[in-house]
Design a binder for this molecule. Structure first.
Ligand code: HEM
Length: 655
């Protein structure tokens, strides 16, 4: 047996074989390995592998005196396989190998190893090994009332991005569905109105975001409002709220109309230059550019120049950032995401900040460029404020609020800068993709498109009789079919699909509809112990038949024109139209008014000028979750957001 120099490492595990060649383990193996070592110590208390192995409290592992590397590797591989299988093989990677087969192989291998190393083949340690298995197995599979909540055996929900699986689960099992997340841990998909209301609106900060999801927010937006929790969130939100009231949002209407008009002008030029006066546009590409310009000007008085192709660097890094960074995750990436929950926050942050993957590079670049621009903007706006020339954009309002005396009403400079990234991310692709889905539905419903255009024409006529060429907010509010179509798009195609929450303390979830457990018990509420993890399904709530009727799975804007469009007795959820689309409660979307007015402005401008119809691939459109739900073409997901529609000039006469 050769002697090895101990090698310290911070995150990367590295140890050397007989030839001093370094063997590297990926950083994510680290946590798993630490756990494994502890467990191996328990089992192989007399093995040389461990006699000189130290697990240091600060997280360093020194390997000394490794035996035959090959046999140790084999042993470790089996050992990992058993652990994975025991904690439930997350994506059925090991499903052909039942637990017992793996355990027998493990025991055989360890006996062989011991013989080879001339160690005592101690049946006692094998007994300990089995006892350890049983203990952990018991811990993991200990039954509670939660185990009896009905649900599927599969985890395919995490792998199926379009929301279809959860609709079928809702249909089969009801509004609370238990499913197995990786490592066999119970997770619950919730679309029950009362339970959602409780978690989002009445429990304060008792249900907090998943730490690995907050990490997403840190990567994409820094430590701003989307990332912050509890007191920090309360403080940040308090500073931001005044910028997002009804009057503030309404003031932005002329700006939204002008951004929509810029896009419409570009389209007109392109269509006019075509022989047949029509052009197939990839809609999300254009809506993304136009809404980026809108958020830039409204939130920061900053011109991204995206619509007119004079795009600056910041504009470029934000184009399609979501789909590039988060679209079509591989199975391995999903497993990695699940594993992140077991890492200490500092390690998770270190890992992500140093992860050289292409996807991380996308968010890192965006963060670098955005931070640079935000710093400049904050300093310009602070100077303007001092000179009494403060503007009305949201960032100026934040800088002003921040200049107050009360520290509870202030943001640090980093937080202020992060809010710019928060607003670009939260306010850009959300609105742009909702607009894309709206146009998609109008192509599928030509009669609706025609009626909407007629409503817009009639309103334009009234405005023109007033001597105004532009519609005002009352005009928009006076168009019932437009309002109904926007509500229905937000209901049917909510671009944020899920909200992920963990119980910070033991809690009891009230239910609108009682559920019957697998052993026949009827539950009107569900006890949720501290640490329970739930996935709140926005699409499943929005298509809940008990709220929206038997035709909840049909795109039908006319439902909103009926008096009882939301069924009597439904609990009140969310800030808009009883939809979960903008979440609800203390973490609800701060920019929902902003979004609704922006959607109205763009819909009016586009429908007034253009007619939309199907292009060759429109039938192959499918929903793809890339943090927000984007349209993609089946089989071409790698090409990012795509919705090709044929656009021609709209007929100008009476319709
Ligand atoms: C159709 C468009 C939009 C949809 C569907 C939408 C949806 C949502 C949802 C579901 C959340 C909750 C996220 C969570 O808890 O993890 C949220 C939060 C947020 N949204 Fe929106 N949003 C939209 C537009 C906007 C716009 C235009 C802005 C800004 C101008 C905005 C700013 C924010 C912010 C800052 C938050 C974080 C609130 C907090 O954590 O306190 N959103 N949005």
């Amino acid at each position: 047996m050769s002697d090895f120099r101990p090698i310290n490492f911070d995150v990367k595990l590295a140890f050397r074989d007989e030839n001093q060649d370094q063997i590297k383990l990926q950083p994510l193996c680290f946590a798993f390995h630490r756990f494994s070592i502890k467990w191996l110590e328990l089992i192989y208390d007399d093995a040389p592998l461990l006699t000189d192995t130290q697990l240091k409290p600060e997280g360093n592992i020194n390997f000394v005196n490794l035996g035959s590397l090959k046999s140790i590797r084999r042993l470790l591989a089996l050992h990992y396989a058993i652990l994975l299988r025991m904690f439930y093989d997350p994506y059925r990677l090991l499903s052909p190998f039942p637990m017992t087969v793996l355990m027998q192989a493990h025991i055989r291998q360890s006996v062989a190893y011991r013989k080879k190393q001339d160690l005592l083949c101690d049946p006692g340690s094998e007994t300990i090994s089995i006892a350890a298995f049983i203990y952990v197995f018991y811990k993991v599979t200990k039954r509670s009332v939660l185990d009896n909540i009905p649900g599927p055996a599969s985890t395919s929900f995490l792998l199926e991005p379009s929301g279809l699986t959860e609709f079928s689960w809702q249909e089969t099992y009801g509004d609370v569905v238990k499913f197995k997340a990786s490592f066999g841990i119970n997770r619950f998909l919730i679309s029950d109105p009362k339970a959602l209301q409780h978690i989002l609106q009445t429990s304060g900060y008792r249900w907090i975001k998943f730490r690995e999801r907050r990490e997403f927010s840190r990567l994409t937006t820094g430590k701003g409002l989307l990332w912050a929790d509890e007191d920090a969130h309360k403080r940040q939100r308090k500073v931001m709220l005044p910028g997002f009231g009804t009057p503030e949002a309404k003031n932005f209407l002329p700006l939204f109309l002008s951004c929509a008009a810029s896009m419409s002008q570009r389209w007109s030029n392109i269509i006019s230059s075509e022989k047949d006066q029509s052009h197939v546009f990839n809609i999300p590409e254009w809506t993304s550019r136009a809404t980026l310009d809108a958020i830039g000007q409204a939130a920061f008085d900053y011109n991204f120049g995206a619509t007119d192709d004079h795009e600056n660097e910041l504009g470029k890094v934000y184009q399609n950032m979501m789909i590039n960074a988060f679209g079509s995750p591989s199975k391995v990436a999903l497993v990695m995401l699940e594993l992140l929950q077991f890492l200490p926050v500092s390690l998770m942050e270190f890992f992500n900040d140093n992860n050289p993957s292409r996807r991380t590079a996308v968010t890192q670049k965006a963060s670098k460029v955005a931070n640079g621009v935000a710093k400049e903007l904050v300093s310009t706006k602070s100077e303007a404020l001092l000179e009494g020339k403060g503007k009305k954009d949201i960032m100026s309002l934040l800088v002003k609020a921040n200049a107050g005396e009360n520290p509870k009403g202030q943001l640090s400079e980093d937080e202020l800068i992060s809010q710019m990234r928060v607003l670009i991310l939260a306010g850009h692709e959300t609105t742009s993709n909702t607009l894309s889905w709206l146009l998609y539905e109008l192509v599928r419903n030509p009669e609706l498109q025609r009626k909407l255009r007629a409503e817009i024409r009639a309103t334009e006529k009234v405005a023109s009789l007033r001597g105004e060429s532009e519609l005002n907010i009352q005009d928009l509010e006076g168009m019932p079919l437009l309002g109904a179509t926007i509500r229905e798009t937000l209901r049917f195609h909510p671009v944020a699909l899920h909200l992920f929450r963990t119980a910070k303390e033991d809690d009891v979830l009230p239910l609108s509809t009682p559920i019957t457990t697998t052993n026949g018990e009827v539950l009107t509420e569900i006890p949720m112990p501290k640490g329970s993890r739930v996935v709140l399904s926005i699409p499943a709530y929005n298509r809940n038949k008990k709220i929206f009727g038997e035709d909840a799975h049909v795109f039908n804007p006319y439902r909103w024109l009926e008096a009882d469009h939301v069924k009597k007795g439904s609990v009140s959820l969310g800030p808009f139209a009883n939809l979960a689309t903008f979440s609800g409660g203390i973490r609800s979307c701060i920019g929902w008014r902003f979004a609704v007015i922006e959607l109205q402005a763009f819909a009016v401008e586009l429908l007034s000028n253009f007619e939309f119809s199907a292009a060759s691939k429109t039938e192959k459109i499918r929903r793809e979750a890339a943090l927000v739900m984007v349209p993609t073409i089946e089989g071409e997901v790698e090409n990012g957001a795509q919705l090709p529609l044929k656009v021609t000039f709209a007929p100008k006469g009476e319709e």
